[in-house]
Every structure is written in structure tokens, then in C-alpha cells.
Design a protein around this ligand. Structure first.
Ligand SMILES: Nc1ncnc2c1ncn2[C@@H]1O[C@H](COP(=O)(O)OP(=O)(O)OP(=O)(O)O)[C@@H](O)[C@H]1O
Ligand SMILES: Nc1ncnc2c1ncn2[C@@H]1O[C@H](COP(=O)(O)OP(=O)(O)OP(=O)(O)O)[C@@H](O)[C@H]1O
Ligand SMILES: [Mg+2]
Ligand SMILES: [Mg+2]
Lengths: 256, 256
């Protein structure tokens, strides 16, 4: 039960949040019990699903510092099988406050231990950095999905990310593995998209998901309505591709 | 002499590096002596200008930890009046290593003091976070340019950024002010672009630059040739808008 999948890449704006929201929503409509955790102080996953925390309302920050349990902060969404652990800007403080704390890297892992088996999938959306929040996510994780934008700078940061994964799997989490590399914002009209895609496939081979997410304006409009794209426009290319990605993920599970 | 302008926004992928490279290149071709500092461990500014550091070659990391002076590490570019202080992934270590160091926030400011008057403009490209690297940049700065993508999540992080600017100006740098807010990746065909733009203009009024940067594929292709867009395709909309932005900035200077 309970496979924890982290969505991470320190390069900014590559589609981490968009993947976290739409992949988890696609699995939830396939009736897999899914929890989505927002571990970014920007809280884009939280607002992208239309969740607004009231003044002083606790968030994943209180879980990391030990004031609340994960169970207490699970929020429902419009989709029955999709739940969310929301974030807020207070989370910015966690990186600094936990620097000197005991076993600061395993806070999230320990907080999720009790609820892990209540879900089929737990996704964690990360901020665009390799700091303590992302290390907490990688330490708690079973697997990692790396979204990569089909643009020139996409390949630059991969070396650093792979080094961090190596360090985490050596010292904190030996079971961590890459579930897959996801190509995002692919534009068939641009030769750059084709060049980057073929370079990434030649580097990473079968680790790259078959499903490629196209640039699709519906994907960037959906969060302004607080909805995953499949509730905003199910016929759009963005919605269809994320449903396909969910099936590709489930296919891999069944085969194992 | 020597106006230090920081390009910052913790939201990822909004065009910080693209603005840092192309605005500084546009000022350099107008024969303003310009230094561009890459303060992001991803080193996209460095590679976007075709600079490749050899094994063990020092970077801005060695300046922050005090092993090298800024003067020693200035690199030339294809444009006579444009120089660069390059970055590399070792910079990731600075955030952790400097946490306990004395006056960790003013390292960059002190390193730039000796060379500041050799340039008309010094630009600093920041990583997508509000950690010690960005705080060092804001402490050294005279002014700040905030690129904002014309997308839904654009407004979300602004509150946090403004709070950080407030803290820096109260405790570390009373002269810090917002030079301007720059709208990037504007697509005239998308209603979302128009909605976000009018919302940002109504919030920030005259602080928003008149010049708006359109989504332009030439801008995303240029870094793969290691060139600013004005050397790659001067006639493109991207190149023309950044030249206009440089004139708008110079106009403001002349008026003051
Ligand atoms: N396939 C797509 N087509 C069009 N727009 C997209 C697509 N994927 C994401 N976007 C838009 O691009 C922007 C960046 O995406 P997103 O916020 O998901 O990236 P991120 O990696 O989570 O960013 P950050 O590094 O700031 O956390 C958002 O405005 C989003 O709506
Ligand atoms: N106006 C534009 N039109 C088209 N593509 C653009 C434009 N501006 C930037 N890009 C592309 O979008 C991507 C993100 O831009 P960029 O890397 O400059 O953002 P950033 O804010 O520096 O990202 P990070 O948060 O990772 O530092 C890059 O691939 C870049 O080439
Ligand atoms: Mg995100
Ligand atoms: Mg950048």
C-alpha cells in the first residue's frame, strides 16, 4: 500500500505543480485513494485546487515542526478519492528553524508513517530548490518523478539533481529510485522541443515516460478556477495526456 | 556610478535569467559598462552566455567564501562592454556553509565595494528561492527588477517577495527599492495573459515597466547558441523588446 512519489526538479517553472495536481487527480478519478502534499511555501498546489486557508489555520509547516499530525490536516477536494495536505508561506520558516534540529531530514517521513497505508498513492510537490524541504520529501519517498521542460536550460540542472538523489539514497533512503522523467510543455512546432526531447531520450532511455505533456493553455487556465484540468476541460490535450500518464503509471504497477 | 540591480522572484521559470542576460546585453551595446553576476547554482546565466568553466576553475562561490576577489574572476563576453562573474554548482554549498558565518548577509556587498565604480550597471541573477543567496543580492543592491510571468500563479508569490524586501530594507539595506515590475511571456492570443496583466497593473500602477516582453521562441533558442538574443536574431520581438526595456531604464536614469 501507499506508494510515496515525489515530484522534484530545482529548475523553476518546469511543471512540478501542474504535474502534481493533474496526475494525482487522474489517479483519483480512477478510484485510487490519493493524497497530495504541498511542500512548497509558494503553496501553488494548494491554491491550484481552490483551497484557501484561514488566518492561523495550520498547514504542513505545523506537521514538520511537530505541532500537528498529518491525519489532523487532511483536506477534501471536489474529487472523492483526492485529499490534500495544504501549504502556506509560513513553511518558509521551516528550512531555517530545522537546520539545528535532531534528525531534521526525516521529519516528513515519520509524520507520514501512520497514514501511509490509508492511501494507494501519496504525491509530494516540491519547491524549486534542493534544500531541507526537498530533502525531507526525497527521504520519505519510494520514487521520484522529474518533470523536464522541453527547453535549452532543461538539461543543465539534471546533474545536480542526480547528485542529490545519490546522496539521499546513500545516507537517508536506500529505496529511493527514479520512477520516470516526464517531458513537459512540448510544442510540436518548435525545433527546440524536438532537439531537447531526443537528447533527453538518448540520455535516459526507458526512464523517460512514453507520455509527453504538450504546451496546452487549458493547463495554465485551470488553476485560476481552482480545478484540475480534467474538471475544467476534459477534452483538452493537457487533460488527456495526464490521464494517459496515470494509466502508464498504473500499467507499470500491475506489471511489477 | 555603479548602480546594482537585482533580478529576483522566488517563483520559478518566470524569465529572471532571460531578463538578466538580455537587459544587460542591451545596455552594453548602448556602451554602458555592465557587469552581470550569476548568483544561481544552476548557472543558467553563465551557460546562456556560452561560458564554460574548467575543472576547479573558481566562480562566484569563491568570492562569497572569501577565497577570491571579484576583480580576479571577471570574464569577458562577445560584447565589449559586457562582463560576467560566472557561477557553478559548487555555489549550492554556500547557503549551508555561510549559515553560521559572521555577517553572512553582507558578503556579496563587501566583495563588490571595490569594483562597483568600474561599471555603470551591475546586474545580479538570482535562484528561485528567498534564501541566503538572494538575501546577499538584495543587501548589495540599489534596486530590484521583478519579472512576472503572465500566468495565474504569478500573483501568488508576490506577497512573500514583498515581505522579504521589507525585512531586508529594515535590517540590512535601507536604500533598496523596486526599480520595476516586468511582465514576461505575454501572449496576445491568451485571455489569461490579458487578465493577469490588468490585475498586476491595477496593483502596482507606475511601478510596472511600460515595456512588456512577449513569448518569443527566439528568446528560448538563443541560450543554446550561448548568445544574448540581440546577437542571435536582432529583428525578433524578444530582442526588440529588451532593447526597448534598456532605453526605458536609461530614460528613467536621465530624468532623475
Ligand atoms: N503543459 C503546459 N502547458 C502550458 N502551460 C503550462 C504547462 N505546464 C505548466 N504550465 C504553466 O507554466 C507555469 C509553470 O508551471 P508550474 O507552476 O506547474 O511549474 P513548477 O515547476 O511547479 O514551478 P515552481 O518551480 O515555481 O514550483 C504555470 O503558470 C503553469 O500554469
Ligand atoms: N519571453 C519569453 N518567451 C519565450 N520563452 C522564454 C521567454 N522568457 C524566458 N523563456 C524561456 O522560459 C524558460 C524559463 O526562463 P528563465 O530560465 O529565464 O526563467 P528563470 O526565472 O530564470 O528560471 P529559474 O527560476 O529556474 O531561475 C527558459 O527555457 C527560457 O528560455
Ligand atoms: Mg510549483
Ligand atoms: Mg534563472
Amino acid at each position: 500500500m501507499g506508494k510515496i512519489i515525489v515530484i522534484a526538479n530545482q529548475k523553476g517553472g518546469v511543471g512540478k505543480t501542474t504535474t502534481a495536481i493533474n496526475l494525482s487527480a487522474s489517479l483519483a478519478v480512477a478510484e485510487r485513494k490519493t493524497l497530495l502534499i504541498d511542500l512548497d511555501p509558494q503553496a501553488n498546489t494548494t491554491s491550484g485546487l481552490g483551497i484557501a486557508l484561514g488566518n492561523g489555520e495550520p498547514s504542513v509547516y505545523e506537521i514538520l515542526i511537530g505541532e500537528k499530525t498529518a491525519e489532523e490536516l487532511i483536506h477534501a477536494t471536489e474529487i472523492e478519492f483526492l485529499k490534500v495536505l495544504p501549504s502556506r508561506s509560513a513553511l518558509i520558516g521551516a528550512e531555517v528553524e530545522l537546520v539545528g534540529a535532531i534528525s531534521r531530514e526525516t521529519r516528513l517521513k515519520r509524520a507520514l508513517a501512520k497514514i501511509k497505508d490509508n492511501f494507494n498513492y501519496i504525491f509530494i510537490d516540491c519547491p524549486p530548490s534542493l534544500g531541507l524541504l526537498t530533502v525531507n520529501a526525497l527521504t520519505a519517498a519510494d520514487a521520484l518523478i522529474v518533470p523536464i521542460q522541453c527547453e535549452y536550460y532543461a538539461m543543465e540542472g539534471l546533474g545536480q539533481l542526480l547528485k542529490t538523489i545519490q546522496l539521499v539514497s546513500e545516507h537517508l533512503n536506500p529505496r529511493l529510485k527514479i520512477e520516470g522523467i516526464l517531458l513537459t510543455m512540448f510544442d510540436t512546432r518548435l525545433s527546440l522541443s524536438h532537439q531537447v526531447t531526443s537528447e533527453i531520450r538518448s540520455h535516459f532511455g526507458a526512464q523517460v515516460f512514453r507520455t509527453v505533456i504538450p504546451r496546452s493553455v487549458r493547463l495554465s487556465e485551470a488553476p485560476s478556477f481552482g480545478k484540475p484540468v480534467l474538471l475544467y476541460d476534459i477534452k483538452s490535450a493537457g487533460a488527456q495526456r495526464y490521464l494517459e500518464l496515470a494509466s502508464e503509471l498504473l500499467e507499470r504497477e500491475e506489471v511489477r
